[in-house]
Design a protein around this ligand. Structure first.
Ligand SMILES: CC(C)(COP(=O)(O)OP(=O)(O)OC[C@H]1O[C@@H](n2cnc3c(N)ncnc32)[C@H](O)[C@@H]1OP(=O)(O)O)[C@@H](O)C(=O)NCCC(=O)NCCS
Length: 205
């Protein structure tokens, strides 16, 4: 998709990255949306309530899953659509289904037969392999690699360079709702909901 007129919610670092994606995908960045005044960006920063009518969709560029969901609800309540955006180098294979508001950074890879809920963020060079699943607002940080048959719950956050052993078709590796996988961890067992795991092998803190 290209040629859309979009706004990016979040004028921080991820917002600047998302603005780059918008340009790279051939869309037009109308403005950023933020409650704070931020200077020095390549488009104006406008409060959500004052968005110009020309905006066709909003890219939510917030890294933390719970905050991202909260912001997305504000966008929807304002009658606006969640927009997905992907860098041209991101690779999406067959039977990959993404909910609205996905953000695919350069060299993100989603291979085959993957279903992700709304607001997925697949960061620079991160990958998710076949038969992966996630609820809403999955974050894969840069260079995180998720092999086959790993099933995430809602709002999971995976840190930079984390890795996993694969699950099996009849026994997926499960990562519970609102869990956090620390940077550099290697997950070898199911992660319960609401738990932070770190290290190799990953253990709860
Ligand atoms: C795991 C994580 C969420 C913990 O954050 P936190 O609760 O603020 O943890 P702290 O920084 O207070 O550290 C607490 C302890 O955990 C250790 N720790 C923190 N992160 C760790 C990690 N990734 N692996 C191993 N140990 C870690 C710290 O050394 C510290 O140990 P100590 O108590 O013995 O001194 C965080 O460190 C992390 O890895 N976040 C991912 C960041 C990332 O990848 N961002 C990408 C953005 S695109």
């Amino acid at each position: 998709m290209s040629g859309r007129r979009l706004a990016v919610f979040g004028a921080g670092g991820m917002g600047r990255e998302a603005a780059w994606l918008v340009h790279a995908a051939g869309d037009t960045l109308v403005c950023f949306v933020d409650d704070r005044a931020v200077e020095g960006l390549d488009a104006p920063v406008i409060p959500l309530e004052a968005l110009p009518a020309e905006v066709e969709g909003v890219v939510v560029a917030i890294g933390a899953p719970t905050t991202r969901v909260r912001v997305a609800e504000r966008v929807l309540a304002a009658g606006l659509a969640l927009a997905s955006v992907a860098h041209p180098t991101a690779q999406v294979g067959p039977r990959v289904t993404l909910g609205p508001g996905a953000l695919l950074m350069p060299h993100a890879v989603l291979t085959a037969d993957i279903t992700l809920g709304r607001l997925a963020q697949i960061n620079v060079g991160a990958s998710l392999s076949h038969d992966g699943r996630a609820g809403e607002a999955l974050t894969l940080s840069p260079g995180a690699h998720v092999p086959a048959n790993v099933h995430f719950g809602e709002r999971c956050f995976v840190g930079t360079g984390a890795s996993f052993v694969n699950g099996l078709p009849d026994r997926p590796l499960r990562v519970g709702d609102d869990s956090v996988v620390g940077a550099g961890a290697c997950v070898v067992r199911d992660v319960p909901p609401g738990v932070t795991v770190v290290g190799v092998p990953a253990q709860s803190r």
